[in-house]
Design a protein around this ligand. Structure first.
Ligand code: AMP
Ligand code: MG
Length: 492
C-alpha cells in the first residue's frame, strides 16, 4: 500500500482560488495497471518510484484512490477554439490531484487526464484511451529531452475499462506534471463573466506562482503579460526549430507558465512545409506549422483583453492602447527568438548584421523542395566539416542551396575556430531523433494491440535525441512512401 506520507502535497490552487474549480473525484477503475512509470521524474518530485510502481500507485494514477493530502478538483476554464469562443470548457476529463514541491523547490501540478466525468464533461465520457495517452507520454518526454518547455508524463496506466472510440479501446489515464495548468482560457472564463475581481485574484496568483519577482511592482499585470508573451515567443520559436506542429493551439491549450500543453493532434514535419497540417479537423490550416507564431500572437491578444480592466481601471482607451503596443511587440520579440534558435542550428555563436538574411535564405532554399527538415540540419554539420554532398542531395533542385552554401560557410569561418569547430555545436542543438510520425503510430498501434515493446524502445531512443547510436537507423529517416499523408485526431 502507498504510505500516507508518499505525496507531500501543498495545494495552493485549492486553498487560494475557491470558486475557480469544483472539488471532485475520479471514477472507480475496474483494474488499474501501470503501463509506464517515469522513475526519474518521480525522484525529481521527491516521490519513491518503487512505492508507486505497484498496485497502490496504479489505483492512485487511475483516479480510483485519493492519496492522503490530495485535494482533487476539476478546474474551470473557457477558451477560443478555432477562433470561436466557448465560455465554459473546464476539466471535462481531468483532475488536479494536488501540487508537489520538487527537488529544486519548484511547485508542480499533478494532474490526471482520463479519470472520468466531471461537472465540465458536457457530452463527453470523461475518459481517455491508451493510444493518445501514450502519444502524450512519448511526445512530451521527447520535447523535454529536446530542451523544449513542456508538461511531463509521470505515469500511464490502463484502467481495465474498454472505452468506445473508433472501436472499443483500452481505457487509460495519463498522470502528468506541469508548472501549473493556468491557461489563457482560465483568464477568459472569468473575464467573459465580467468578474474583474476574480481576474485580478487569478493574475495575482499567477504572479506569485510563476513571476514572484513582479509581485511588488505597481504595473505587475502588464509586467506579467510581457513575461507570458516573451515565454510564448521563445516556446513557439523552439517548436519551429524542431518542426513541431501543436495542432490545436486553442487558448485553453496555451499555458501561462510557457510550457507546451496538451498533446492531441500534434505531429512533426518530415519535409519542410510551412502549410503542414496533420489534424483531421483543421480544414483551413489555422494551426499549420507556419501559422503558429501568428496564432500565438492572436491568443496573447485574447489574454491581454482579459487584463484590460487591470491595466487601467479608469481609462479603457488608454488600457487598449497599452495592450495594442504590447501585442504588436510580439512580432519583433518572436523574430529575435527565432533568429537565435535558427542561428544556433546553423552553428552561429556570434551575431552579425546579415545573419537574418542568411538564415532566411536557407528557408527560402527549402521552400517547395520537401527537404527533410531534421536530416538537413544534421547534414549541414557534415557540410561544416567539409562534406556538403549529402546535404545538397536532399534538394530536388539545389540551385538556391548552391547559392546559399558558400555564404554560410564563409560566415562560419568568421566564428572562433572556424567552420569545422562549429560542427560539434550544431550537433548539440540539431536532433538526430525526433518522434517521427510513422514510428509514433507504429508504437501506439502495437501498444493498443498489447505489445508495449515498440513504445518502450522509441521512448528510449527519444530520451537522447542528439546522440546518434548504432543500430537505430530506422528512427532517423522520414516515413516510407507507403505511410501516406499523416492524420491526427484530438479529443481522443
Ligand atoms: P482537449 O481537446 O483535450 O484540449 O479538450 C478540450 C475540452 O474538451 C476540455 O474542456 C476537455 O476537458 C474536454 N474533453 C475532451 N475530451 C473529453 C472527454 N472524453 N470527456 C469529457 N470532456 C472532454
Ligand atoms: Mg486541452
Amino acid at each position: 500500500m502507498i504510505r500516507p506520507d508518499t505525496f507531500l502535497f501543498d495545494n495552493s490552487y485549492a486553498a487560494e482560488l475557491e470558486g475557480f474549480y469544483v472539488p471532485w473525484q475520479g471514477a472507480k477503475a475496474p483494474e488499474p495497471r501501470i503501463v509506464q512509470l517515469n522513475r526519474d521524474l518521480a525522484a525529481e518530485l521527491l516521490l519513491d518510484p518503487d512505492a508507486l510502481a505497484g498496485e497502490g500507485g496504479a489505483a492512485i494514477f487511475a483516479g480510483s484512490d485519493v492519496p492522503a493530502g490530495a485535494a482533487p478538483l476539476a478546474q474551470a476554464y473557457a477558451g477560443h477554439q478555432f477562433g470561436g469562443f466557448s465560455p465554459q470548457l473546464g476539466d471535462g476529463r481531468a483532475l488536479l490531484i494536488g501540487e508537489l514541491i520538487d527537488r529544486h523547490g519548484v511547485r508542480r501540478d499533478l494532474q490526471l487526464k482520463g479519470s472520468g466525468r466531471t461537472p465540465f464533461s458536457r457530452g463527453g465520457d470523461g475518459k481517455a484511451v491508451l493510444g493518445p495517452v501514450l502519444r502524450e507520454y512519448l511526445i512530451g518526454e521527447a520535447m523535454h529531452a529536446l530542451g523544449v518547455p513542456t508538461t511531463r508524463a509521470l505515469a500511464a496506466v490502463t484502467t481495465g475499462d474498454r472505452v468506445l472510440r473508433e472501436g472499443l479501446e483500452p481505457g487509460a489515464v495519463l498522470a502528468r506534471v506541469a508548472a501549473s495548468h493556468l491557461r489563457v482560457g482560465t483568464f477568459e472564463f472569468f473575464s467573459a463573466r465580467e468578474e474583474t475581481e476574480k481576474v485580478r485574484q487569478l493574475a495575482d496568483y499567477a504572479i506569485r506562482r510563476h513571476f514572484p519577482e513582479l509581485a511588488d511592482q505597481d504595473d505587475r499585470y502588464l509586467a506579467m503579460f510581457r513575461e507570458v508573451r516573451d515565454r510564448q515567443a521563445d516556446l513557439v520559436a523552439q517548436w519551429m526549430a524542431i518542426g513541431f506542429v501543436h495542432g490545436v493551439m486553442n487558448t485553453d491549450n496555451m499555458a501561462i507558465a510557457g510550457e507546451t500543453l496538451d498533446y492531441g493532434p500534434c505531429a512533426f514535419i518530415d519535409g519542410y512545409d510551412r502549410a503542414a497540417v496533420y489534424s483531421s479537423i483543421d480544414h483551413r490550416g489555422r494551426y499549420a506549422y507556419g501559422n503558429q507564431p501568428a496564432i500565438a500572437q492572436w491568443n496573447l491578444a485574447r489574454l491581454v483583453e482579459t487584463l484590460l480592466p487591470l491595466l487601467d481601471p479608469d481609462d479603457g482607451e488608454h488600457a487598449i492602447a497599452v495592450a495594442n503596443t504590447e501585442i504588436e511587440a510580439f512580432e519583433a520579440i518572436y523574430q529575435k527568438c527565432w533568429l537565435e534558435r535558427m542561428s544556433a542550428k546553423l552553428g552561429l555563436a556570434r551575431t552579425e548584421a546579415d545573419d537574418l538574411a542568411l538564415v532566411t535564405e536557407v528557408f527560402r532554399a527549402m521552400d517547395g523542395q520537401d527537404v527533410d527538415f531534421t536530416v538537413l540540419f544534421c547534414r549541414l554539420a557534415d557540410a561544416a566539416r567539409g562534406d556538403s554532398t549529402v546535404a545538397r542531395a536532399l534538394f530536388a533542385d539545389p540551385t538556391a542551396f548552391d547559392a546559399w552554401l558558400p555564404s554560410w560557410l564563409a560566415r562560419l569561418e568568421r566564428e572562433d575556430g572556424g567552420a569545422s569547430s562549429r560542427a560539434a555545436a550544431m550537433d548539440r542543438v540539431n536532433p538526430v531523433y525526433i518522434p517521427r510520425n510513422h514510428k509514433v503510430q507504429e508504437a501506439l498501434d502495437a501498444a493498443t494491440a498489447g505489445n508495449l515493446e515498440p513504445f518502450q524502445r522509441l521512448l528510449t531512443v527519444l530520451e537522447r535525441p542528439f546522440d546518434r547510436r548504432e543500430g537505430l537507423d530506422e528512427y532517423e529517416g522520414r516515413a516510407p512512401d507507403g505511410f501516406g499523408p499523416y492524420r491526427t485526431f484530438c479529443g481522443t
